[in-house]
Design a binder for this molecule. Sequence first.
Ligand SMILES: [Zn+2]
Length: 355
Amino acid sequence: MEHVVTYLESQNDEGLKANFVISDTVPPQELELEQRLMSEAQLFFGSRFAPEKLTVVMFTNEDHQRAEQTLAELGGSFPNSLSEEINKRSAMGSCNFAFATQDHNGDPIYYECVDTRNFRSKLNYQNPAHEYYHLVHYSLAPVDLPLWQTEGTATFFGASLGFDELDATGMLSRDFIFATSGGFDPWGEGIDNNRLMKWMRTASEAEVIEIYQVLHGDPADRAAYAHYGLGQLATEALIASFGVPAFLDFVAECSVSSPEIAFEASFGLTMDEFYKKLTPYINAVGDWKYESIYHPPKPATWPKDLDDCDSSDPMVVGQDQSGQLVYLSCGPDSKLHPQNGAPEIDQETGWPVEN
Ligand SMILES: [Zn+2]
């Protein structure tokens, strides 16, 4: 995180340079947020990637036809039917997804769906920097890198730049490793939201190497290997050790050497040696998550005395409006709200239910 902030401060701000194609249904606050986050991503990567032309297309849950039409007109590839994707995401409660590609002229473009029914969640603040990094990657090295690097690095920059102002402690970014990894199930044991945390705490060097080696390729079931979360964690470790410029040099080097050779030349160790060195950190982050679930902060009362919270405040346990004990986190309105997806709280003890 520190590396990211220092690197950001060293860049020249020339203002946002992108062409926004916005459908009428896009809420103005979503556009405003997108432009703000996007200009930060542009500023951050400005010395390595300054496209002549960049287009951002925003549409909503109500724009199936228009989104399809724009994709056909401007160009770009999306692996599935865009209408079906909008339907699927909308049915989940919020249309929030994005993808980076190239337009008919070969210029960078990204498409994003936002929702007319609710403002994007904090976690979706990562979208602009995530997609923007994909464009940086294609520009520095138009080649496939190991999946943990392609998606993990986008996720790392998405979280550290996207959550920046919401995340003074860096803990929201760290927790994002787990938020994207509910499908972790490399050994086919069934879905368990806490499986990644449990595995990380005791993972051996050999297991860590095994999982990351699978993520060199592109396994059919990517989510079973937590490609976003484990990739984010590995990128964080590399950037903490070598800094942002050296990391981006490595990506650029992949345009002329294989990722394995570029990795060893850039960082002085093979990928397998890196995975070994990463193991104690993986164990420590697993322990951190375990503690945050099972030894959470003491209960607070709500809404009376915590009606003016700060986005950097940790999650607390408190009562929701019906008097039930739940996890609460600070919303953009500086008020505490029940946290979606948080563990259930035992109403007798006030501690999370262990599962
Ligand atoms: Zn991505």
